[in-house]
Ligand binder design. Sequence first.
Ligand SMILES: Cc1cc2nc3c(=O)[nH]c(=O)nc-3n(C[C@H](O)[C@H](O)[C@H](O)COP(=O)(O)OP(=O)(O)OC[C@H]3O[C@@H](n4cnc5c(N)ncnc54)[C@H](O)[C@@H]3O)c2cc1C
Length: 384
Amino acid sequence: MTEWKSTAEVAIVGGGIMGTSTAYHLARRGCTDVVILERDLLAQASTGLSAGGIRQQFSHPANIRLSQEAVRVFERFEEEFGVNIEFRQVGYLFLAQTEEVWQEFLTNVQIQRQYHVPVEVLTPEEIKYRWPYLNVSDLKGGTFCPEDGYADPYMAAMGFAQAARRLGVRIEERTEVIGIRTEGGRVRGVETTRGPIAAPVVVNVAGAWGAQVAQMVGIDLPVLPYRRQVFMTKPFDPIPKPVPMILDMEPSFYFRGEGPGVLMGMSDKDEPPSFNTNVDWSFLERVIEKAVHRAPILEEAEILRGWAGLYDVTPDDNPIIGALPGVEGFFCAIGFSGHGFQQGPTVGRIMAELILDGHTDFDLSPFAHDRFEKGVAKGETRVV
Ligand SMILES: Cc1cc2nc3c(=O)[nH]c(=O)nc-3n(C[C@H](O)[C@H](O)[C@H](O)COP(=O)(O)OP(=O)(O)OC[C@H]3O[C@@H](n4cnc5c(N)ncnc54)[C@H](O)[C@@H]3O)c2cc1C
């Protein structure tokens, strides 16, 4: 905590990857009178609980471009920020079991290649040759991008936060925003549990709580919280490292190497929205069933621990990014479902441009807040 200052040019609500990256990009461009307001500690919510996956294999061009730019940032992160985020470019392997999903993969590959993503199309035999521990008997095929991989999301957020702080950004942890003041159709500042801050710009990067923050200015946004669970095994040698991020698309199951062990997760698409982040140990049985089906050797692995975090999900699994009309000075970047960590570096850059220049070169129309009511939402099909 720093000495309390009751004014700022920009007040950022939320200290995850979106908040820290936005603050850094603002400060880098000379806008240093910025405060990050974080209810808890930095990067303890979705960002710190994320699986850290970074991929360019999306179906939607806008998501491909967001991640593509971020990969370049992650590649030189240590150089720029002096923080080792352990970026491992071990690849992402997507697996398709049904003809329908396989055809969708092939369509996606065409789109990805238009953007020069170095994606390979693999037969089940080729997959078995490269990763002999995989059961490929039920597969139509897979796609693999060797530039994809994973990194430490907590360290990435801390890298942005430290760099922002060095440039003059204030970071107020254990400070909850409990209201947003507006007057004459524009933002005037925030109310927090430690006092008010007058600010002409307020940025809502509150992740799974983003809809609640938007309601503070009377705007309803369709963003709901969904629990997602991750499990880690004890050190497990039988699978040769490195293990890429391997995704079984139909059951939404994934696993990858993590240090000496294996990290695995799965989405329970039937679970209703909630803020519940308790681990449901009965769900682990279903995860293990999928794990052992895809990599039978995992039957011998022992689970070390599990945790749960929240996805912030819109009806089309794409985020809402931009200024919101009717409340001048109010900006949002929420609803990133399962791919917000990797998009944080690019979104921070875009947010800084929107705030400082009033526009950005990135086409944000797929992320417009009103795309649902207009019926033009074309979402991401590759969500895990
Ligand atoms: C299990 C799991 C696995 C994932 N795997 C991946 C992955 O492999 N790759 C990937 O790219 N993404 C992944 N994600 C998604 C990714 O973690 C999120 O999209 C991303 O972290 C969102 O960042 P954020 O900054 O928007 O949100 P958060 O990190 O949640 O930050 C929002 C912050 O706002 C704070 N806040 C909320 N309300 C207030 C308030 N009123 N006042 C002050 N502060 C407030 C919260 O405390 C929180 O710290 C995963 C998520 C989960 C849960």
